[in-house]
Every structure is written in C-alpha cells, then in structure tokens.
Design a protein around this ligand. Sequence first.
Ligand code: ISL
Ligand code: CA
Length: 553
Amino acid sequence: MEKHWWQESIVYQIYPRSFKDSNNDGIGDINGIIEKIDYIEDLGVDVIWLCPVYESPNDDNGYDISDYYNIMPEFGTIDDWDRLLNECHKRNIRLIMDLVINHTSDEHPWFIESRSSKESKYRDWYIWRKSENGSLPSNWGSFFGGSIWEYDKKTEEYYCHIFSKKQPDLNWQNSEMRNEIYSMMKWWLDKGIDGFRLDAIDFIGKDLNFPDVKNPTFNGVFGSPSEHTKNKPILHTYLNEMNREVFSKYDIMTVGEIASATPEQTLKLSGFDRNELNMLFSFEHMTIDMGDSGFRFDHKDWKLPEFKKIFQKWHNTLYKKAWNSTFLGNHDFPRAVSRFGDDTTYRQESAKMLAAFLLTMPGTVFIYQGDELGMTNCPFDDLSEHRDVEIKNVSSEMLLKGMTESEIIEIIKHKNRDNSRTPMQWDNSTNAGFSNASPWIKVNPNYKEINAEKQNNDSNSILNFYKKMIQLRKMRKGLVYGDFKIIDIENEDLFIYERIFNNESTLVILNFTTKTIQYNIDTSIDWTPSETISNYAELSSEIRPYEARILLK
Ligand code: ISL
Ligand code: CA
C-alpha cells in the first residue's frame, strides 16, 4: 500500500475569526494564532488547516475572496502570515491554506471588470446568461437562498452564483482564468505552504447548460440540483490539469470538499493511481440526520447501524485503492458533541468517546477547533445574534412567509453554522479569554465551565484525553493503515470494530448511548490486550454510558 506523510497526519482546523484576538478589536487574527501556537503544538497535531485569511469583504467570512495575494486587514498582514508559517514549521507543524476557487467575491477586480462591459477581457471569466422572455436563465436555487441568478443592470444579463450573490462563480471553461488560478496557487506554494483545502471544488465542474429541474427549492440551501452540479466528468479533467500544473510539482497535501461524492466516485477523485486529489471531505455521514425535503434544517432520526454501514462501505471500497478523511465537524456543522454525543449529562464521556472514534478510524483525521474541549452548540436567543449569511438570507425568506422569530430559531437551532463559530474558550475571564473587546459573535455562555485553561490543569479532561489519543495514533500505524472491520453491525447501541494490521491490532468498543450495557464480544481473534484505554477511570465488565474502550494487542 502507498504511504505518505499526509495519511499519517492529524489535522487541526482553525477558523481564524474565532480563534484568538490579539489586538482587542473583537475579531480573531493571525497574531492570535501565533500566541496560541504552543497550545496547538502541545495538542500534538501535525498540520493546521487555516480557513480563508485572504482579503475579503466578508459576506461569507472570507469564503468570498477579493484578493488572493493579500491578507484581510482584520486578520493582519502578509508579514504576520509569514511569521505564522515560520512558527509552524519551527515546530514541525505543516500549514495548509483554504482556497476558494469556485467563486470569488463580487468585489474582486476580475468581477468588477467582468460586469463592466460585455467586451471586457474578463467577461468570460464568470458565467453570464441572457434572460429569455423575462424569466430567469434557469430555475436552480442558490445555497444561501433565492435563485443562483442575479440580474446586472449595466449589461442587462444575469450572473451565476451557487452561493451568495456576493460570490459570483468563475467560469472554469476559460483557460486563461484557470492558468491565472494555477499561478496564484504556485505563488502560495512557493512561499512554503504544505497544501490546500479546496472549497466546494466539485462545483467547478457543474453543467453550464443549467437545465431546469423539476422541484426547485428556493427556500435556501440545497437548492442547486446535485445531479447537475456535482461530480460531472469534466471535474476530473480540471482536477487532473490542476494536479499536472500545480500539485505534482510539490510535496503537498490536497483535500477537496466534495460533499456528495460516493465511494465509487472517490476511487477516481483520490485514487492512488489517479492524479487528482489526495483525499476529500465527503458528507454522507454528516447528512445522516437531514430530512428528505432537501431543506438543510429539516431533521430526520437515524440509527447507529446506518451510521456504521456508511463507514464500512467507504472503507471497503477505498481500502488500498484511494484515500479519504475522517471528521465529525467543521465550521459548517454543529458541534460534534451536541450532535453525535450528549452535551449535557454525559458531555465529558461522550466528547472523549468521539475523540476515541476519530483517532482510531481509517483516513486522515481532522479535528475542528474547540472540539478537543468538548465545546457545545450555542444558544442563540434571537435572530439578531446570528452572523452567518446563510441564516440572514434563509430567515428573511421565512419571515416573509409569515413565520415568527421564535419559530425560525426553533427550526435552525440545531444545524446553524454559527453554533461552531463562537469564540474559542480559552479561560474563565471575560469573553472566555478570546478578546477584551466585545467579540464579533456571541460567546457561548458555558465558557466558565468549558475552557482550555481548566482542562489543561485536569489530567482527566477531554483535552488531555485528546492528547492521549493523538499520541496513540502516532505510535500505532495500524490505526492509519490497518483494515477496518465492524463487529455486530446491526447493534443499535455499540459501535465495535477491529483495526487489523500486521501484528498490531486494535479493538475499539464505543457506546453511543446513555445506557449501561452487558455485552460479550464475539470475535475471530483472541482479544487479550496488552493494554486497555478507556474514558472511564476504572475498568468494568459492563459498558457504561458513552464509554470508549480501546484494546491494544
Ligand atoms: O454542497 C453541499 C452539500 O451537498 C454543501 O454542503 C457545500 O459543500 C458547502 O456548503 C460548501 O461549503 C464551503 O463553501 C461555502 C462556504 O460558505 C462554506 O463555509 C465552505 O466550507 C461557500 O464558499
Ligand atoms: Ca483582532
């Protein structure tokens, strides 16, 4: 099997706006990350994924880039960024940058030029369509509400935006544009970064005929029809070209966000014998609780066997042929402990259980900032406390339909993206030690109880359990490269699996419930462990609520 450093790496995702504010303007920044770099080193991770820090009007918190070669002033300067890279490399921590190239900001000079005239050299760098008999060019809905088409008076045409109207989509058919993007990528790589996370990258291959769909959803989110936007053959052509022109020239890691990829498509996207990406973020397990309406906030109950089968299917299809990532949250999802664990009575146990899960699974592991503390979803009391463009647009559509604020809050409370964007909880001082000024977004009121300082001083804390699990994964390559076999897959309470690798095998038993369970494990091999790790202090013959037990052999 192929082996690369990025398979063994453990990645820590930083959302800079909410990580640490160094100059007390209420907004996290690059110098704030440098202040906390020892904390990250101490955690034991190998790579930082830095969410976008480029110049941006911040319609979507940096996912709308107006200058790829500059740092947004709120976050600092390019010199600060250079220092950050240097501080990372000094500690043997690699740095990957988040790159948004499906779209730019509407304030990017290319778009300003493009919209100025049909004759502009940049016109074709974006996607412009005429209106036929007064109707929209197609009926696709945008992710953040409304149509994907925005009318532009000046030249009397519509431009396409899969996300907000301040995020116009680039036209990937245009080779001049593509070459300009590749040069920009090389510019960053030549500065010494270690790779890219490629935002919403499947959308660069969307069907530019924009065929009308049967049931357009205009109430926001998941409006654009995946059969026409996702994983079209042309995506491979572009990724292959990007690999040839850029990736192949460096020793880097690339992870593409391709939400709806199937395991079969992934064999192509990140196959060892393909020259596309190293791995992707696929969302099959992350959308397990999404209702069938297609509206992202609709909830559906799910059972553990479904969850387990997703992971088994992915592993079986990909093993030894392609690579993938493992994650339970990021800046677009609720807090992992609030979603897959129990954020009240068993917060400690369940957050540790999820740590045990993440760090014993196949695939490169990604930890989202604050999850190592068991940070929880945040109670937002009214809509004005929300900051996300998605919530702003979707809630105003709901208000227009006559819903009340409290009804809307009820619908969005579990899955809104602001849940995971509240400031990092460093200590029990004002604003959780994030900033002396009033933060750009609400601080979770539970920071006095949940914070890094408290957990650092407590050997039984979630933070220290994460550190232990990270060290375990580093010592046992079987957790990275081993086979993955679920035992008793229909069991609705326990997630049990073996990671088999040469003579270094691991058995993992995870209780996903609040029940205490009697269980005799029936396995093909003798599981007399050399060591047992648990999130409970004493061993027991029963499996306790949210218990994680890891048997090493
Ligand atoms: O396509 C999806 C589901 O099928 C979406 O989840 C999509 O992948 C996701 O919304 C893309 O997210 C990324 O790009 C957005 C940005 O708002 C997010 O923060 C970012 O992670 C637009 O740049
Ligand atoms: Ca700041």
